[in-house]
Design a protein around this ligand. Sequence first.
Ligand SMILES: [Zn+2]
Length: 212
Amino acid sequence: MDANDPLPPSRAGSLPLIASELAFDFVNSVADRGGSQHAEYLHNGSDIVLWAHLAKLLSDTDRDAALAMVAADEVLASRLLSEAHALRETIYEIGAALARRDMPREEDRAALTAAHAHCLSRARLSTSGGGFAWTWDPHTALVEAVLGPIALSALTVMTQQDLARVKRCEGDHCGWLMFDTTKNRRRRWCEMEVCGNRAKMRAFRARKFEAS
Ligand SMILES: [Zn+2]
């Protein structure tokens, strides 16, 4: 690619959100982690803002303001990117361990706790639909406004949910995490149309091969 070519459009704002849990949707901004088809979808501070808007963590107006903020402030943009990647990989390690029915490592649990504690230090407990919710002002605490709800989602799964429902897609070159909300707990794929059908085709071909 020529250095003057425009960058390809970012996929950050249009990734599928299929995990049924915010924290795992965020983990799924990488495909085939560490594998031969490893793909990273969040490359810079703007990508993080676009994803946060996709996941409804930022309103349209907040997204536009945040894009202007990261364009004008390199330090903020690189802090947003590096802290987002760090939290994402921590949640991935925890979620992948839970999906294997292993104990998440102490260092990952400590990193998640630290990220949560830091984000809460910038939060307000606001009224929300008859109750209360942590809220952040993206204009004064952009990094925390994006990462606070994600850390909280991961902690809520760990402390209040049925951990047997934490799963990893069985598709080749996928590895996406999800929270299985189906009644019979038999979800195996991130998206049936993507990994499920590919696996079915493979099984079909294998059967045909055996039969021939
Ligand atoms: Zn998959």
